[in-house]
Design a protein around this ligand. Structure first.
Ligand code: ATP
Ligand code: MG
Length: 155
C-alpha cells in the first residue's frame, strides 16, 4: 500500500490551521484511526481535502466551528468536513459540482474564487473510485462526505 489516509488528512488540516485561526474559527481533526493504508495519489487527495476545508473556512463566519472526521467503515475511508457556516439553499445542492457553479452571484463576488474547487474535488475522488456528496441546511451549516476505497489498487 502506498499511502496512509490518516497522514494525508492530518497534513492537509495542518496546512489550513492558520487560515482558520485568522478568522478565530476552531478547526478540529477527529479520528480514532492510527493508520489507514491504501493506494492514493496523495498530492491529489490532499488537494481535495484542502479544497473542501478551505470552503468550510471561507463560507463560515468568524468564531465558527469546523470539524474534520476520519473513520474507517467496511474498507472505506470516510472523511467528513462539517461546518456551522452559512449553508447552501437546497435547490443549489445538485449543481454544486458543476464547473464554475457558485451559489448566489452577489455573495460569490464578495467572497472571490472561481467555482472550480468542488468540480476538481469530485474528479479526483472519482478517479480513486470514491464518491463525494454534500448535505446542507441554509443558514445552519454544511457537511461534505467523501468516501474512498482503502485497499484496491485504483491509481
Ligand atoms: P474556488 O473553490 O474555485 O475558489 P468556490 O469556492 O466558489 O471557488 P467551489 O469550491 O466549487 O467554488 O464551491 C462552489 C460553491 O458552493 C461556492 O461558491 C459556495 O457558494 C458553495 N459552497 C461550497 N462549500 C460551502 C460551504 N462549506 N458552505 C457554504 N457554501 C459552500
Ligand atoms: Mg472553493
Amino acid at each position: 500500500k502506498d499511502y496512509d489516509l490518516v497522514k494525508i488528512v492530518k497534513n492537509s488540516v495542518m496546512k489550513v490551521e492558520m487560515t482558520a485561526k485568522n478568522k478565530s474559527q476552531t478547526l478540529e481533526y477527529i479520528s480514532q484511526e492510527d493508520s489507514m493504508p491504501g493506494y492514493f495519489d496523495s498530492d491529489r487527495i490532499e488537494q481535495v481535502i484542502l479544497n473542501i476545508v478551505s470552503n468550510a473556512i471561507k463560507y463560515t463566519p468568524e468564531e465558527g466551528q469546523i470539524k474534520v472526521f476520519l473513520e474507517c467503515k467496511e474498507n472505506q475511508g470516510i472523511i467528513r468536513v462539517v461546518d456551522n457556516g452559512m449553508g447552501i439553499p437546497k435547490e443549489d445542492i445538485p449543481r454544486l459540482f458543476e464547473r464554475f457553479y457558485r451559489v448566489d452571484k452577489a455573495r460569490s463576488r464578495e467572497m472571490g474564487g472561481t467555482g472550480l474547487g468542488l468540480s476538481i474535488a469530485r474528479q479526483i475522488v472519482e478517479a480513486h473510485n470514491g464518491s463525494i456528496r454534500i448535505d446542507s441546511e441554509y443558514g445552519e451549516g454544511t457537511e461534505v462526505i467523501i468516501q474512498l476505497p482503502l485497499e484496491e489498487k485504483v491509481v
